[in-house]
Design a protein around this ligand. Structure first.
Ligand code: ASP
Ligand code: MG
Length: 438
């Protein structure tokens, strides 16, 4: 069995839903859907109004959204019977959302509101498939997807419940389920964070030991550089899980970083595919490396670099521990680190506690801060006994001022820190030198 996940834009209109139906019919797989595009954002907006005790603001968005859904229903179904069923389904969800405009609104109610998008998209797809004569079976995510007391997915529970639910429907032509939503350790409705449908697909794939996890979006796989900034990018056909993890973390929007680990641990290949071009090969992510190959470049914005120089670091023990402890105290993750005999530079992307951090660091040395920086990350099979890749990367950057360079933390990436103003030319230079050299 395979797990096929379709993102918000892939189910974003009646026509797109029909296209997805054509892709999934004929094979007994498990289909994971996001909410229709824009829906989760609207549900967040509704919740914001309700937190601010503004039911009129919330009602206006609810009415607009309901109106849109009724339009999709007209277009999606061909029989009055199914239009009516779909209207009843969608109206019930909107009535549920509306019920929260009258009472106290807390985090708990918000989670329930946020869950309605996936419940509607899957319900609509299920009805559409039934109208077309497919015996689709709904497997409700709220019946098996669960997090534990640490808010981490509970793989043992998920596996046991999911296998049981699937086993109850051997006659199914295919199974449909919701991405993103789950229950927490107390049985309350919760979610796997924004963009979490990829994570759902990966957790389901791991639980079922699926043959493959397919993530369907609207571009043809992971590109070797960011097409918004660089001309002449091309799709990467094959990536190692570690390479994909670096790219997903450092800015490639196509795949949510949390999705990698469950698939990697269980050795289940992840394939990124394009709903607009279903026959294109896409990108295959697996435990295979392509020897010696530099694969792709990605960039992470809004980075702040902090340098701490201590005259006393020479032969000092405990200096780094003290520095890192300060970041830990303010729950601020560090992305990149470089060291010298007299100091250390680190980068962060969460500036919330920057001032306090800088004040505390001043106890241990001279501190300087560079804002508006970008981490550019080069990914590939970069084992240290492969020779030459460092030279090619540094050569590409010969015209660009580089604030930090980091290699050796993994065999799969080299990171460079540059000014945001130099981002585009750094990315373009790397593409020209690493991928497009004639
Ligand atoms: N619908 C959710 C969101 O927009 C989850 C997802 O699409 O992955 O964040
Ligand atoms: Mg999404």
């Amino acid at each position: 069995m395979k797990v096929l996940k379709f993102g918000g834009t892939s189910v974003g209109s009646a026509q797109r839903m029909k296209d997805v139906a054509n892709l999934i019919m004929g094979e007994k797989n498990i289909i994971v859907l996001s909410a229709m595009s824009g829906t989760t954002n609207s549900l967040v907006e509704i919740s914001d109004y309700l937190y601010k005790k503004n039911p009129d603001g919330a009602n206006e968005i609810i009415n607009n959204l309901l109106h849109k859904y009724l339009g999709h229903i007209e277009e999606l179904y061909s029989t009055e019977e199914y239009k009516q069923k779909a209207r009843e389904l969608v109206t019930a969800h909107f009535d549920h959302i509306r019920s929260f405009t009258k009472d106290l609104f807390t985090l708990f109610e918000e989670k329930v509101v946020l869950a309605q998008g996936e419940l509607m998209s899957t319900g609509m797809m299920d009805l559409y498939l039934k109208e077309r004569g497919v015996n689709s079976v709904m497997i409700p995510a709220l019946d098996y997807m669960r997090t534990d007391k640490n808010a981490e997915p509970d793989p043992v529970y998920i596996k046991e419940k999911l296998l049981k639910l699937l086993g109850e429907h051997p006659e199914a032509d295919l199974y449909i389920t919701q991405g993103y939503i789950c229950r927490n350790a107390y049985g309350e409705i919760d979610n796997l964070q924004r963009g979490g449908s990829d994570y759902s697909a990966s957790l389901i794939g791991a639980a079922l030991k699926a043959e493959e996890i397919q993530i369907w979006t609207d571009i043809d796989g992971m590109h070797n550089n960011d097409p918004r900034y660089v001309s002449g990018t091309s799709p990467v056909r094959q990536l190692h899980f570690e390479e994909a993890a670096e790219l997903a973390y450092f800015g490639a929007k196509i795949l949510h970083p949390t999705c990698i680990l469950p698939a990697k641990i269980n050795n289940i290949p992840v394939r990124l595919l394009n709903t607009m071009q279903p026959d294109a090969p896409g990108t295959l992510i697996s435990n295979q490396t392509e020897k010696g190959k530099i694969k792709a470049v990605a960039a992470k914005d809004n980075i702040t670099a902090i340098k701490i120089k201590s005259g006393r670091m020479l032969l000092a023990t405990g200096f780094l521990r003290k520095v890192f402890e300060i970041f830990e105290n303010y729950q601020t993750p560090i992305d990149m680190i470089t060291t010298s005999e007299v100091g250390v530079s680190v980068t962060i992307d969460n500036r919330k506690h920057l001032e306090e951090i800088v004040t505390d660091l001043k106890k241990y040395g001279t501190v300087s801060v560079d804002e508006d920086m970008v981490i550019v990350c080069v990914v590939g099979d970069l084992e240290w006994d492969n020779v030459g890749f460092e030279a090619r990367i540094v050569d590409a950057m010969k015209e660009v001022p580089v604030r930090m360079i980091s290699y050796g933390g993994s065999n799969f990436n080299v990171s460079l820190l540059v000014k945001a103003a130099d981002k585009q030319r750094a990315l373009q230079a790397l593409s020209d030198h690493l991928f497009n050299r004639k």
